[in-house]
Design a protein around this ligand. Structure first.
Ligand SMILES: *Cc1c(COP(=O)(O)O)cnc(C)c1O
Length: 579
């Protein structure tokens, strides 16, 4: 479908003109957040980092795509924790000027009757074989705009519903206008990474004279990312009429009917292909949305980004070419045990040095260390491990160490309470089970954590974890998962081979509450009967064999190179250039 020959001989002059051949790009990837580098704080968590990982693999594989997101001059936020565990949110100061190229192009979008100017900053990510992938960060912080409008692209997931609606109009409508202005006139697929970008279909409708809805559908594909209600934006028509121009507002009414705009519905209705991000999530989404139209492409992570230096060196030596063909990690069973263990211990000591520097707590590299780090959303149940503290002490005293991290959304008070509770417990039981909560979980800390612990714990309320990706980062570093059977883990789990399950094999597809006690008891029992004895067995070879199986069976599959190939085959209709 597309032409994939250019980019073979990249010279630096290519970079200086930023983008020479927009006409060849056939995929536009739109995401509310993109985490492409630890230096660009334009992401909050899993969704943005996944977007970044996908775009990295897109570039590595030479898929002719372009990425679009917002700039977020104030980043998400930097988390500080007070003595009693209260979260304090600080702005992240960063200078787009130093990291991105400011482009001269301007487009505008009318919001609340005002014509708002939008410009963009470019970031050229260069893939493994030198293929350049442009990402555009939209920015309204320019002199011509009113102070309020200038702040529209400052904060990620900040502000109220109006602010969010404005941001999503900027992403979808101004984003597409910008691509057109830059000369991207041959895009065959607009990929909505979550519903936030759904107003692309509105702008496509406008381009087509507000008539040809079927044509719009042919150009869009939609990935849904969460079965949790807070993840699905909804804008009542009152608000739409206040913010959006009249002919656009009426187009939305005709497109969707009802009493408002559900961004998920917009995505579902106006795309030629819809996917969820794991097999289970597809089942849940089909039921939730009442349609069979939902396929799945199980998520992955960018292998070269999430493999720690020690393992990368090992793979380079024994599994050459793994970086641009991570499926080769299937050969990990051949890695020498001793080398695997040394690479792991090196990562563990690097993490422990960091823990000591930041918290003053000295952890023991010979003690089984369990990590839990993710957004502190309540459904993730970071405190399930503390359901029965006495039982935990019976099982774990002197046997385990715990490392936690994670930000709570500034408005999520229950999540903030969970952080407080964990920190309070750490003070109570710290002498028996050393425990730290590290501040400011971000990509860079995630790299150190997902490589340096021995076991990665995940205890979400089933079936709310659409996929989860931090466990996939771990498997690239031979770190086993010990998790509730939800999201990707249902597909990656082989008991005692790639890790351990917690709780029953899932059968439900509803968002029903289920027995927390049962999960907690299973967690303690497995820890006691399997995880701890295997780790401390005199013969380390069983543990190391599991590490190698984890790499071979999980890392070889749960990577974004496989994900991007699946998108090409099932959704984009493009052939990747290969390598
Ligand atoms: C990988 C990552 C996430 C997502 O982890 P989940 O397991 O999907 O919750 C969130 N935040 C950061 C900083 C990450 O690196």
């Amino acid at each position: 479908m597309s032409i994939l020959t250019y980019g073979e001989n990249i010279t630096t002059s290519m970079m200086s003109t930023f983008e020479r051949n927009p006409i060849f790009r056939s995929v536009g990837y739109f995401s509310m957040e993109i985490g492409i580098s630890p230096h660009l704080p334009t992401y909050s968590g899993g969704l943005g980092i996944l977007a970044g990982d996908i775009l990295k693999s897109v570039a590595d594989l030479g898929v002719p795509a372009v990425g679009v997101t917002l700039l977020y001059r104030k980043g998400y936020f930097r988390q500080e924790l007070t003595e009693d565990g209260s979260q304090v949110e600080k702005p992240v100061d960063w200078e787009p000027e130093k990291l991105l190229t400011r482009l001269d192009n301007r487009v505008s979008v009318i919001l609340e009757g005002r014509q708002i100017q939008v410009r963009a900053w470019g970031y050229m990510y260069v893939g493994h074989s030198g293929y350049p992938l442009p990402i555009y960060f939209l920015d309204t912080d320019i002199d011509e705009n009113t102070p309020g409008d200038r702040s529209l692209t400052w904060e990620l997931y900040g502000g109220d519903t109006r602010y969010r609606l404005c941001q999503e109009m900027i992403l979808g409508v101004a984003g597409l206008r910008l691509l057109r202005d830059l000369g991207y006139n041959n895009i065959k697929t607009f990929h909505l990474n979550e519903g936030h970008a759904g107003f692309i279909s509105l702008e496509l409708t406008r381009e087509l004279g507000y008539e040809d809805f079927d044509k719009v559908r042919e150009e869009v594909i939609f990935t849904t990312h969460t079965p949790v209600a807070a993840g699905h934006d909804y804008f009542p028509y009152d608000l739409i009429s206040h913010v959006v121009e009249e002919h656009n507002a009426s187009a939305l009414r005709r497109m969707l009917g009802g009493s408002g705009v559900s961004m998920t519905e917009l995505g579902l209705k106006f795309s030629r292909y819809v996917n969820a991000v794991s097999k289970k999530h597809a089942e849940v989404s089909r039921k939730m949305f009442g349609t069979d139209k939902v396929d799945y492409v199980t998520n992955g992570v960018h292998s070269a980004t999430w493999t720690c230096p020690g393992f990368a060196r090992l793979y380079d030596k024994y599994i050459p070419a793994w970086r641009n063909d991570p499926s080769r990690l299937i050969q990990a069973l051949q890695l020498p045990d001793e080398d695997v263990w040394k690479a792991h211990q090196a990562a563990k000591m690097r993490l422990f040095a960091r823990v000591l520097e930041e918290t003053g707590v000295e952890l023991d590299p010979d003690i089984l260390t369990i990590g839990f780090a993710r957004r502190a959303a309540t459904y993730k149940r970071a405190d399930l491990l503390f359901t029965d503290v006495k039982k935990l002490l019976d099982v774990g005293a002197g046997q385990i160490q715990l490392i936690f991290a994670g930000k709570a959304h500034p408005h999520d008070l229950p999540a903030k309470d969970i952080i407080k509770r964990i920190i309070a417990i750490s003070k109570d039981i710290g002498s028996a089970i050393p425990m730290v909560f590290m501040e400011n979980y971000n990509m860079e800390l995630a790299q150190v954590l997902t490589a340096g612990v021995d076991v990665w714990l995940n205890t979400p309320i089933r079936p709310r974890e659409a996929s989860g990706t931090s466990g996939m980062k771990c498997v690239h570093n031979g770190v086993m998962n010990f998790s509730v059977l939800d999201g990707w883990w249902i597909e990656g789990w082989i008991e005692d081979v790639t890790g351990w399950s917690i709780g029953p094999v899932p059968t439900e597809v509803d968002l029903i509450e289920y027995d927390e006690k049962q999960d907690a008891m299973d967690l303690y029992n497995k820890l006691n009967e399997k995880v701890i004895p295997t780790y401390y067995n005199k013969d380390k070879s069983k543990w190391i064999r599991m590490m190698k199986h984890t790499i071979a069976l999980n890392a070889s599959y749960f990577n974004t190179h496989r994900v991007v190939k699946e998108y090409c085959e099932k959704a984009y209709g493009t052939i990747f250039r290969g390598h």
